[in-house]
Ligand binder design. Structure first.
Ligand code: GLN
Length: 282
């Protein structure tokens, strides 16, 4: 494939068309993001300077990214960043791309933390650091600790935390293995996809995102069972456990919390009315 060298306006139309033909959901957004980054244009310039014809070098780079996107690589990995809670979050192939759905978890935790005056929080399996970072950014009194089993994920989390200068302590840890002390709340968006479902996921997810961040075992609930049982040792009295869950896992995860003695358990739905967050108190 090679795009013809033409104006931004024509390129935007051509690339969007190509993406649509290949069933890429956000065809126009992805086409716009690729052009903006490779040309150094803002969103406004994409329209106000739409007669601009990229030079040969710019054209080569645009071509290359369009090809990569057509192969399935998510645009966020091409750009090396995404937006989450209004913040710019760096990503690499070694971290899950933060999803808009996860903002529901962060907003819920922010609300309850300020109501209850929580001071300390632990984010398990932080990946890019998006959850811990945005909690610390929007509530400057919080002292966050965030852990991940992957050193390569922690490299990205470290950069994100540095970019925003927030108070987040990073620990390399397989779940609670290297965690010390107690916390007012524990938050996690653990891997929760059932192993058998993974081959049916969109190729941009199953071929590019780290499987370790997605695979929750045979019934998708392995991490909820492990984290919930151990969390009792690490939570202060009246502390909160808050999870993101899969769209059909609210009841199963609530039951795991109940079996471990958690109280006031609640399921929060996302904008589509599907289960998204489960919260309980020690
Ligand atoms: N929400 C992600 C997806 O649908 C899964 C994230 C996870 O397993 N924690 O691909």
């Amino acid at each position: 494939m090679s795009l013809s060298r033409s104006s931004v306006k024509d390129l935007l139309r051509e690339i969007t068309g190509l993406f649509k033909e290949n069933n890429i959901d956000e065809a126009k957004i992805d086409a716009s993001l690729i052009l903006m980054r490779q040309l150094g244009f803002t969103k406004t310039q994409l329209y106000s300077r739409d007669g601009y014809v990229p030079d040969e070098n710019q054209m080569r780079k645009i071509d290359y990214w369009v090809l990569k996107r057509l192969e399935g690589r998510p645009v966020q990995y091409l750009l090396g960043k995404t937006e989450f809670m209004g913040l710019s979050i760096k990503v690499s192939d070694f971290v899950l791309i933060p999803r808009p759905d996860t903002e529901i978890l962060v907003e819920e935790v922010l609300k309850i933390s300020s109501e209850r005056g929580y001071k300390t929080g632990l984010d398990i399996g932080t990946g890019s650091g998006a959850i811990a970072l945005s909690l610390a950014y929007y509530n400057k009194t919080l002292e966050m600790t965030a852990c991940d089993i992957s050193e390569k994920a922690l490299i990205i989390a470290r950069q994100n935390i540095k970019d925003y200068g927030v108070k987040v302590r990073l620990v390399k840890s397989n779940l609670f293995e290297n965690i010390e002390g107690k916390f007012d709340f524990i938050v996690s968006n653990p891997p929760y996809i059932r192993t058998g479902i993974i081959p049916t996921l969109d190729k941009k997810v199953k071929n590019y995102e780290p499987l370790k961040a997605l695979d929750g075992g045979e019934d998708g609930l392995n991490f909820y069972r492990n984290i919930t049982a151990s969390s009792l040792t690490y939570l202060n009295k009246n502390g909160m456990l808050a999870y993101e869950t899969g769209y059909d896992q609210g009841e199963a995860v609530s039951n795991i919390l109940k079996e471990n003695g958690f109280k006031n358990i609640e399921i929060k739905k996302d904008l589509a009315g599907l289960d998204r967050v489960v919260i309980g108190f020690k």
